[in-house]
Structure formats: C-alpha cells, structure tokens
Design a protein around this ligand. Structure first.
Ligand code: MG
Length: 296
C-alpha cells in the first residue's frame, strides 16, 4: 500500500518510503483545526459537531481538552504561544490566556455579529487574520442556526484591537496561510460546498502595511476542496483534499499527494523538527512523517 502519490519527481524527496500514514485518533464526527504545541508535546483539534476540543499526546492518546468549546473550528497560536480559536457557537475569535481565561478578539464588525469564524492565522506583527463564512450558522450541526448579518469576509485584527475587512469579494473564505516570508497570502474559497460557486485557492501579494493586491486563482483542488492549508519552510502549500493532502508548488502546480482514507479538512506541521504532518479527516486524525519542515 502506498501512502503517497508522486506527480512531480521533486516530491519524491519530500516523502519517506517507509513512513506510514497512521490513524492516531478516531471516533469523532467532523474534526478540524489541528494545532501543535511543541512545548507541551500535544496536538489540539476540534471535534466540531460534538462541541469539544480534543488533546492528543504521543504515547498517551486522546482526551477532552475543552467541552463545551462553543463549536470551535480553526485554531492557531499567537506569537506569544497562546491558543487563538474560531468559534461557530460564539460567532467570535478568542484567545486563551496563560491563566485559562478567555479574551474575545473579535465578535462584531461595524455593529453586526460575525457569521461563524472558520480559520485563523497570526502574522509576525501579532495581527490576527481570520475567515468568516456562514457554515456554522447555516444549520444546527456545527453551531446554532441563525441569521447571517455580514457578508463572508476575511478580517484582520491589529494588536491595538482595530479591525478591518481586508477581503470582501469571496463566496465562502475558509483556510488561509501566509508564505514563510509573508509576501503572499493564500485564501481558499469553498463556495461550491453549497452550490455552484467558486472552489479554489487564491493568492494575494502582501505589500507595505499589509496591503493586499492581486488575488488571482492559484490552484483548484480536485477531488474535493481546499479547506485548511499550511506552508512548508520552502513555500510549498499543503492543502486538504477529498483524497488526502495535496502539495502545491509556489508556481501553482500539483507536486504530489499524501493519500488518506477519509476526507481531510485541515492539517498542521508538528512533532520534532516540525517534520510531521497532522491531518484532521472526518472521523479521525492521521499523521505522517515527512522529509520536510513546516513553516510555522
Ligand atoms: Mg475550515
């Protein structure tokens, strides 16, 4: 059984012939938002429909980290190492402080409630960027069905708390990631999950003062769609897909795939040397060791 598919011969150097795709946790309904804590040697991830955040520790297994989680989805860590989370149920982005208390980063924009923040990243200046599609308020499955008050935008919250909609022409913005040098921002549009709308990754140039330009289609994942994504240290983009994780070169071509038996929602690098890829996939979490390192 092969755990990967090489399309560009260069991808052959990214994978290890004897490293398996391993199911490390299972029994969930829709897992998302993996984030690695190297200092605690653990992975956190969301089990969205079951309204909880799980924690996986190598050698020990999985336990509940937070329940209820306000139907949390994507997570990341800020530059001080704190957990930053998107919450469908709270319709907000929060930060977990060192003492465990929760700080609201964003829940309104121009007097209206956010939809259901989906995925989040933190830039080197400490600003928090997140996507706000409507998936978490469309049904009662992954949150609380309620009225949409705002378009599905991408937002940036600066360290001083000021907030602005930085991308307003998306159908359903979802995963997002910076290139390692932060000159490019990749944002997935997963509109086609609900109709005939765009389903691709767009790329933006990041200019002075974090101003965005461009926005052309970078790559369209098939089969499935780009939900969550991360970059490796050389700027290759690793995206979720229906058949696993696809590795896309900076010029947009598909280099190869990690094959996973369930539909992948999101991924992150972690483990020693950030050489391990953790993949949340429908009911399970999988990992594979790579001859690559994650950018963050
Ligand atoms: Mg997502």
């Amino acid at each position: 059984m092969s755990f990967f598919e090489i399309i560009d011969p260069a991808f052959g150097k990214f994978v290890l012939g004897n490293a398996p795709v391993k199911q490390i946790a299972t029994g969930f309904d829709w897992v998302e938002g993996p984030v690695w804590f190297g200092d605690l040697n653990c992975l956190l991830f969301s089990d969205i429909p079951n309204n909880r955040i799980m924690r996986w520790i190598p050698g020990l297994g999985t336990s509940v980290f937070r329940e209820p989680s306000n139907f949390s989805n994507g997570h990341t860590r800020d530059r001080q190492g704190r957990l930053v989370s998107c919450e469908h149920g709270g319709r907000r982005v929060t930060r977990t402080e060192y003492d465990g208390s929760i700080t609201v980063v964003a829940d309104h924009y121009q007097g209206k409630r956010l939809n259901s923040p989906n995925d989040v990243i933190v830039a080197s200046d400490g600003a928090i960027w997140f996507t706000d599609p409507h998936y978490g308020i469309a049904t009662d499955y992954e949150g609380y069905r309620s009225e949409q008050e705002l378009p599905c935008n991408v937002y940036r919250v600066d360290p001083d708390g000021s907030m602005q909609a930085v991308l307003t022409d998306f159908n359903c913005p979802n995963g997002l990631a910076f290139s390692p040098d932060e000159t490019k921002l990749y944002v997935a549009d997963t509109g086609r999950m609900h109709g005939n709308d765009p389903q691709h990754i767009r790329v933006f140039n990041v200019g002075e003062n974090w101003q965005l330009s461009g926005g052309e289609v970078f790559h369209a994942i098939s089969p499935g769609c780009a939900d969550g994504m991360r970059l490796d240290s050389d700027g290759n983009l690793w995206s979720s897909a229906a058949d696993g994780v696809h590795c896309i070169a900076p010029d947009g071509h598909l280099m190869g795939k990690i094959l996973v038996p369930e539909t992948v929602s999101n991924l992150c690098f972690g483990g020693r040397g950030k050489h391990k890829l953790f993949m949340t996939a429908t009911t399970s979490v999988y990992s594979i060791s790579l001859n690559r390192s994650g950018a963050i």
